[in-house]
Design a protein around this ligand. Structure first.
Ligand code: F6R
Length: 617
């Protein structure tokens, strides 16, 4: 989704901003732009539709060099207004205020009407322009850009991360956030801002993470922060453990493929220091976890997309292993409902980024609604310094490492591992898990990296199978129990990167409607673990087969599916348990969608219309 980079340095800021924008490309965008305050104290702007390389060309072609030492830049993912140069950020008001903005100003139509009446001219269809105009208006009777911005943000409703510069107050960048992330990078080369620390890792590892409502006045050698009430505050400088090299493809053609192959290590990292040889450490969930888990009577999971699919598997495990009633809902629905909130509910949010607006707002809304009730919150998240970790009482980090491919892979499997660990400790707190059961689950988790490595060896076979999808427009995924959730994840992966319409159904539900979709042009992908529902699944496969569909069945070797006409059986490793099976069956589905997308020639790491971190509603 949209990305912000800005900075003030001793040297020309343009290369830093362009490099930062490139580091943010993975988040998804459709145009990019930059403004620097040049040596002549004038704002100099370049904008381009498409990739950052197009912007670089624009900069080279410019008559006035972009030679300023202070500037702001942006990658835009269109919300209000089509992707075009005129809608790309930064926006400039009356040659004197330039802004970049992530988020949505919800009352922009109202503000626009007033500003138009005051004579302001709008040159784009974006909501962002009202920010520049508002700051410009307040600048007329303010002593500084900081003061004008402080006054302006009081008029905004919605979510924002904003960077502002002005020739009227040169030498300052003002940065503020509410609902959208923004970090300040501190270095002896200058001070910088970004919506994602990834953009600045080549320059610094030292970051200040602005809190909700904070506003920062940044100069070459100082950073002064005020909280939402205008009080000057100190915010800790934290050193990031991320390495800039982690954000490279390391020889793979795509980030997605690299991340699929990183899963054995990612899972090892998730397990590290969280288990002993035969048990799960409760302390891994934080020192308050024992009390909270012992008193938990209900669980409500809230998440979006792939993280929601992980949560669905978690629901099965939490009810099966810990015997605690567990509900799950997509965050975009939960946040606007009036759900009944019961005492002693543990709310679990799951998120790779920790910044998904729907999940974050759902969490904030439920906290407000449950005032006076005894509820607790836990986030399972891949980003330590994220809005979700700040909003949650307990945090469990997935330790997947940076995930750059828009289609989530290693974040998903590490979320599953985290949910498995949670199910065990929750079960132990409720005396539902014996020592032997726990040791068996831990053993399964420990075997996962090896099992995944083995499964990854099937890549060549899956590459061949992918050819089946060359001219297909639809596909169905089926599974039962936790495999229904895995089928959903398989369908989501296929649709988002290959643009093939794919749906997933519980196999037993086919006969209630979806079976009407089956024809020879609609491949059916089935997941067949060797579990207690195997015979039921076998009947479902017969039902599909007798309707002439092409079928691909990923089976546990021990499932011994009877070969049928038009059916390709891909045996995976055998002896999978209720925890290991969903994780292992995810791998061939990831590889399948990757290779179908490769054949289709889509932009695998940045599929059309999608963003890595969805920070708007
Ligand atoms: C799909 C995908 C998305 C995300 C969803 C939630 O591959 O990545 O569906 O899972 O946007 O994102 P997070 O997990 O960051 O909250």
């Amino acid at each position: 989704m949209c990305g912000i980079v800005g900075g003030i340095s001793k040297k020309n800021i343009t290369p830093v901003l362009i490099n930062g924008l490139k580091k943010l490309e993975y988040r998804g965008y459709d145009s990019a732009g930059i403004v620097t305050l040049c040596k002549n104290n004038k704002l100099n702007r370049a904008r381009a539709v498409g990739k950052v390389v197009n912007l670089e060309k624009r900069i080279k072609d410019k008559k006035t060099p972009m030679d300023g030492t202070i500037g702001i830049a942006h990658t835009r993912w269109a919300t209000h207004g089509e992707p075009s140069s005129r809608n790309a950020h930064p926006h400039i008001c009356n040659h004197s205020v330039s802004v970049v903005h992530n988020g949505i100003i919800e009352n922009f139509l109202e503000l626009k009407a007033t500003q138009e009446a005051d004579g302001y001219i709008f040159t784009s269809d974006t909501d962002t322009e009202v920010i520049g105009h508002a700051i410009h208006q307040y600048l007329q009777d303010s002593e500084s850009l900081l003061e004008a911005t402080q006054k302006a943000i009081l008029t905004f409703k919605g979510a924002y991360g904003i960077g502002v510069i002005s020739p009227k107050d040169p030498g300052h960048i003002i940065a503020t956030r509410s609902g959208s992330p923004l970090v300040i990078g501190i270095s002896n080369k200058g001070n910088f801002i970004a919506s994602d620390q990834m953009a600045l890792l080549d320059i610094t590892k030292d970051f200040i993470y602005l809190l909700e409502g904070d506003i920062a006045d940044i100069t070459l050698d100082s950073v002064t922060i005020y909280d939402k009430d205008g009080n000057q505050v100190e915010r800790e400088i934290k050193t990031s453990k991320l390495k800039s090299g982690q954000v490279s493809k390391r020889g793979y053609d795509h980030y997605m493929l690299k991340e699929i192959f990183e899963q054995p290590q990612a899972i090892r990292d998730t397990l590290e220091s969280r288990i002993t040889k035969d048990s799960v450490l409760l302390s891994a969930f934080g020192y308050k976890a024992e009390d909270i888990f012992k008193n938990t009577k209900h669980i409500q999971i809230i998440a979006c997309g792939t993280s929601y699919n992980a949560g669905l598997v978690g629901k099965y495990w939490l009810e099966d292993i810990a015997k605690i009633s567990t509900h799950i809902e997509v965050a975009s629905e939960y946040r606007y409902r009036n759900p009944i909130i019961l005492d002693n509910t543990l709310f679990i949010t799951i998120s790779q980024s920790g910044e998904t607006a729907d999940t974050l707002e759902a969490l904030k809304a439920l906290k407000k609604r449950s005032k006076g009730k005894n509820i607790h919150t836990l986030t399972i998240c891949n980003s330590a310094e994220s809005s979700l970790t700040r909003e949650s009482e307990l945090t469990f980090l997935t330790h997947a490492g940076p995930e750059i491919g828009v289609a989530s892979t290693k974040a998903f499997t590490t979320q599953l591992v985290s949910l498995a660990l949670l199910s065990v400790v929750m079960g132990r707190c409720h005396k539902q898990v014996s020592k032997q059961q726990e040791a068996k689950i831990v053993d399964g988790l420990n075997r996962l990296p090896g099992l995944i490595k083995q499964t990854l060896k099937q890549e060549d076979q899956i590459k061949e199978l992918a050819k089946t999808f060359k001219d297909k427009f639809n596909a169905l995924f089926i599974g039962r129990g936790t495999m229904h959730a895995i089928a959903m994840e398989g369908a989501l992966k296929l649709k988002e990167i290959s643009y093939i319409h794919a749906e997933a159904f519980p196999a037993g539900e086919l006969k209630h409607g979806p079976i009407a979709l089956i024809d020879k042009d609609t491949p059916v992908i089935a997941i067949a673990p060797n579990d207690r529902l195997l015979d039921k699944l076998k009947s479902n496969l017969q039902e599909v087969n007798s309707r002439g569909s092409q079928m691909i069945v990923f089976e546990d070797e021990a499932a011994k599916i009877t070969p049928m006409k038009g059916m390709t059986i891909v045996p995976t490793t055998t002896d999978l348990g209720r925890i290991t099976a969903p994780i292992i069956f995810t791998i061939p589905l990831q590889l399948l969608s990757y290779h179908v997308a490769l054949i289709k020639g889509t932009n695998i790491d940045q599929p059309r219309n999608l963003a890595k971190s969805v920070t708007v509603e």
